[in-house]
Design a protein around this ligand. Structure first.
Ligand code: ZN
Length: 218
């Protein structure tokens, strides 16, 4: 994806924030999914409440994605690496940095800052739960956002490109082998292997009978 593609909606810490055209699709899907979920979990509410809450939680979810990207961006800026843009698109967010980091340590810290930001925000939403009326509107929203941020943080630690874990792996190999090219190759292969594994596990689960199907079925 090209940097600075999409609609510019503002800037944060001097970094232009863009919404890619594909983002509107996922925003609509998540809003509908959330509203439907609230409707089934809390049948006592009025219809507009489901939709208002669905839209609000969807916006807060994408604000959480921006928060994750800001984690990467602020550490990059600390190393004097300019951040060109933060873009939200169909599968999440992307902080575009102007150049590659100078060292394995910089790469490691920039990569891990996103998942750390998400996990901290997950704890933040968890922390406000006791302050909200149990099973109420805001309580349900905070619980969902807490879960979403934990998933965002942990899922990104999967050690293969294009996840943050791929960059973390590259930084570790780069540091251990003192070779950036070898490290990039290993992190790319790890990403491909993980993708194949996910496809195979998925097929196995669909075909059924295996332990994965049982696991997925709870
Ligand atoms: Zn990230």
């Amino acid at each position: 994806m090209q940097p600075r593609s999409g609609i510019r909606v503002g800037s944060i810490f001097g970094i232009p924030l863009y919404l890619h055209s594909t983002w509107f699709i996922i925003f609509a899907l998540i809003t509908v999914m959330l509203s439907t979920q609230f409707q089934s979990q809390h049948p006592g509410w009025a219809t507009p409440q489901y939709w208002i809450l669905g839209i609000a939680v969807s916006i807060l979810f994408f604000a959480s994605v921006v928060f994750h990207e800001l984690g990467h961006s602020l550490i990059a800026m600390k190393y004097k690496i300019p951040v060109v843009s933060i873009t939200l698109f169909i599968i999440g967010g992307l902080a575009q940095i102007a150049r590659e980091p100078d060292s394995a340590k910089q790469e490691f810290n920039i990569a891990i800052a996103g998942p750390i930001a998400s996990i901290l925000l997950g704890f933040g939403f968890l922390g406000v739960l006791p302050l909200l009326p149990h099973e109420g509107l805001f309580w349900a929203a905070a619980l969902l956002l807490s879960e979403a941020n934990f998933i965002l943080g942990i899922f990104n630690l999967i050690p293969g490109f294009p996840m943050d874990g791929g960059r973390i792996l590259r930084a570790i190999v780069w540091w251990a082998k003192r070779d950036y090219t070898v490290a990039t190759r290993i992190a790319s292969r790890s990403g491909q292997t993980l993708a194949y594994m996910m496809i195979i596990l998925g097929l196995w689960a669909v075909v059924g009978g295996g332990p994965v199907a049982q696991f997925l079925g709870g």
